[in-house]
Each structure stands twice: as C-alpha cells, then as structure tokens.
Design a protein. Structure first.
Length: 238
C-alpha cells in the first residue's frame, strides 16, 4: 500500500486518465482485487449525488478481522475525496478534505441512526458496510500521512447526524450498495455538478493507545487517478 501527502490530495490539476468526467484506472495484478480500482464516476440530479467505483474483484468481499476491542482495530474503506468545503455537510469551513466513504469495521459501531445488520438494535453494528462523510487532514504520525480530523464535540462544528465521536465523522444513515465489482452510495447533496473527486481504497486504524491522532489512514491500496489529483467531475444526469 502507498503513502500520499495532503498536498497531493489538494492538487486539482487533471492528472491521470479521465473519461467523460469519470476516472479510468488500469488493473494491477499485484494489488488486492477487491480494492484494485478500475474506474470511478459520480452523477447528480441536482438534489442527490451518486458516487460509484469499480474494482477488479468483488467489491466488499474483504473486511478487517475483528480483534475484540476498539483500540488498534482496523477499518476497510472505499473513499471519494472531493473538492467540496466541509461546511457543505456541517463541519467547520476549510477544515480539511471532505470525503465520502463506505467503511466496515467489526470492532465498533459509529452509526447510531442506522441498523446495518437489521437485527433491531442500531447499537451493535459496524461490521457491515455503511457510509460516512469524513474530513481528512495531514498527519505525519499516520502511516499514509493522513488522518480523520480530530475534533472536540460541542466545540468544533459537526453535522446533526454525527455520532459525536472525537473525530470529524458524520453518519448520515444512507445505505451503500456493493454488488459484483461495484461499490456506490447516494447522498443528499445540492449543486454538486462539476465538483471534483477522486476514488481511493484504503485501510485505517484506531490509535492503539486511544489517543490523538485517533483514526489514521495507515495504508492506501489504490488511487483511481494515481496521484490524488481529483480529476473526476460530478456530472448532471440526462
């Protein structure tokens, strides 16, 4: 897995291979197929936006192994970094990179509004794939140079549907779809046309000491553009 600095993520110059405002990526047999991105696209109808990516293998077929505790536990993620200001969904303005993510993590539940396993208890989930908005910032202490921004609930701005963890994470309660080679999620998002985006598959980990940085990006499986330049554009459905 590769490491990337935040400065590369902030670069909006169109590098990599873009097609009709989507992103195409070559298959790499050396990568884990379930996280080897072959393409990504995003569309909007003016009210809702759908972000999708395709992988070489079966999307969602690999999840982190449970270790039986929160600290040190891992998170698998399909992520779309965007050029949107975090304030669009309720975080502090200009506080980092706003990204939409589909994640799975068997050792903790961060979706109080969403019952992923449909057992009637919304407080025992996490192992199944679910969606988040997150704010990413630079962090040298993290393996891939990025973290989910540490915050203080009640001090820093958080969306109304945030689970009030000490990180910039929102749990909007929208269900992702992982089927075959495709992972996608649709979220309420107005005026999304021409927003820049990229697609990333990554592994994150909760700090083993439970201290800051609490949630690090520890490794990157693949980046659709190759350089986190956000060459994709959200296009209007016709």
């Amino acid at each position: 897995m590769r490491n990337f600095a935040l400065s590369a993520m902030l670069a909006l110059a169109a590098a990599g291979t873009a097609s009709a405002h989507g992103i195409k990526s070559d298959t790499d047999a050396s990568k884990t197929a379930a996280f080897d991105i072959t393409g990504s696209e995003a569309t909007t109808d003016g009210r809702l936006a759908t972000f999708a990516l395709e992988v070489a293998g079966v999307a969602g077929s690999m999840k982190p192994v449970s270790i039986g505790k929160l600290t040190g536990s891992k998170v698998g993620a399909y992520v779309w970094p965007t050029s949107l200001d975090p304030a669009v969904v309720g975080f502090d303005p200009k506080s980092g990179i706003l990204a939409l993510a589909i994640t799975a993590h068997p050792d903790f539940d961060d979706t109080p509004l969403y019952d992923e396993n449909q057992d009637g208890d919304p407080a025992n989930d996490g192992a199944d794939w679910h969606s988040h908005w997150v704010v990413l910032t630079k962090e040298k202490a993290c393996g891939a140079g990025l973290k989910v921004r540490d915050v203080s609930p009640g001090v820093d701005l958080l969306p109304e549907t945030a689970p009030y963890l000490p990180i910039a994470l929102d749990s909007p309660g929208v269900s992702p779809i992982l089927k075959g080679r495709t992972a996608q999620v649709t979220v309420p998002l107005k005026n999304a046309e021409s927003v820049s985006f990229d697609a990333v598959t990554a592994e994150l980990q909760i700090n083993e000491n439970g201290e800051k940085p609490l949630l690090c990006v520890t490794g990157v499986y693949d980046v659709a553009s190759g350089d986190l330049s956000l060459p994709g554009k959200v296009v209007l459905k016709k």
